[in-house]
Design a protein around this ligand. Structure first.
Ligand code: CP
Ligand code: NVA
Length: 338
């Protein structure tokens, strides 16, 4: 999360990645996500709780999406706002008009921008020229909303410890990059098991390693990496935009499938995660994807709760801050009583 001086002089917060967040701020976001989730599960999505009432969010999608699009659109609706979905092709980001003009214009109409784009530099430009918060809904470089939801899933299940070993098996892509960014902030043991030549972003890795509270390892033997893992995580072998590399990727990644044999190397309590969409028989076997250790649908559901929490933080900080003050006061009162 980064703070920018917007064109009109006010401070606004963006969420392009984990930069600017520390462990305490991430845990705060998890606690608020838990509150949001519990309210929804208890059917307490009441008319009084509409922290972004009358606010609108412009959502730009330059790539396909199911989870991100539905969870953001639904999330905005449940928080009392209205989302406007824009197909990247129809607005022609950087082609029909400049990124800077789109940022300035949408800032006059809307209260936030959610964008899924190819080049990460474009979302940085959007954020630099917009007066309203910009949220990264995936770029070629990173997918921070996904990893926020994934880490929250482990947190709410009580699986987040300092020595939790998360093994990402597959491509050092945008999803892996966001795990690496997070490993620079939260203490845990992160391992990327990828074929030679499919490494994560060098700069992000360097920065994360320089700050890491836990450890970050890169291995090329997936079975060795999976040993004693608490979490086995994977993603597609061919990301959106890389379709012409499918044949060579299928070959390079063949030994990197999460299947029962690999799962047997992990701890017996290990859980399996995947950001979806999934290809059974490629990066994950059907048996594991649909097996008892899979928490894949839980993490997909959590996209909704975590993104709602994030939008309240970015779009109505007073409500977000008040929740945490009350939370802290209650905790202190309980400690004094005990
Ligand atoms: N995991 C994820 O971002 O899914 P979509 O591409 O369907 O949004
Ligand atoms: N790495 C994948 C993630 C999909 C959610 C892609 O970019 O296509």
């Amino acid at each position: 999360m980064s703070q920018h001086q917007s064109g009109n002089g006010s401070k606004k917060r963006d969420f392009l990645g984990f930069t600017g967040l520390d462990a305490a701020k991430i845990i705060e976001l998890f606690d608020y996500s838990l509150f949001i989730k519990q309210e929804r599960h208890a059917n307490r999505n009441s008319d009084e709780f509409r922290p972004i009432r009358h606010k609108t969010v412009a959502m730009i999608f330059n790539k396909p999406s199911l989870r991100t699009r539905v969870s953001f659109e639904l999330g905005v609706y449940e928080l009392g706002g209205h989302a406007i979905s824009l197909e990247g092709k129809s607005i022609g980001v950087g082609e029909r008009e400049s990124v800077e003009d789109i940022a300035r214009l949408l800032s006059r109409y809307n209260d936030a921008i959610v964008a899924r784009l190819h080049e990460h530099e474009i979302i940085e430009t959007l954020a630099a020229y917009a007066d309203i918060p910009v949220i990264n809904a995936l770029t070629d470089l990173s997918h921070p909303c996904q990893i926020l939801a994934d880490a929250f899933t482990l947190y709410e299940k009580g699986l987040w410890r300092e020595d939790t070993k998360v093994v990402f098996v597959g491509d050092g892509n945008n999803v892996a990059n966001s795990w690496i960014e997070l490993a620079g902030i939260l203490p845990f043991h992160f391992v990327l098991a990828c074929p030679e030549g499919y490494l994560s972003d060098e700069k992000l890795l360097r920065q994360a390693r320089a700050n890491a509270k836990g450890s970050i390892e890169i291995l090329h033997d997936p079975m060795e990496a999976a040993r004693n893992a608490d979490v086995l995580y994977t993603d597609v072998w061919t990301s959106m935009g890389q379709e012409e590399e499918i044949a060579e990727r299928l070959k390079a990644f063949a030994p990197f499938q999460i299947n029962s044999k690999m799962l047997a190397e992990a701890k017996s309590s290990a859980v399996v995660m995947h950001c979806m969409p999934a290809h059974r028989g490629q990066e994950i076997s059907a048996e594991v994807m649909d097996g008892p250790q899979s928490i894949i649908i839980d993490e997909a559901e959590n996209r909704l709760h975590v993104q709602k929490a994030l939008m309240v933080k970015l779009m109505n900080h007073d409500v977000y801050r008040k929740f945490h003050l009350t939370h802290r006061l209650n905790r202190a009162a309980n400690r004094l009583k005990a």
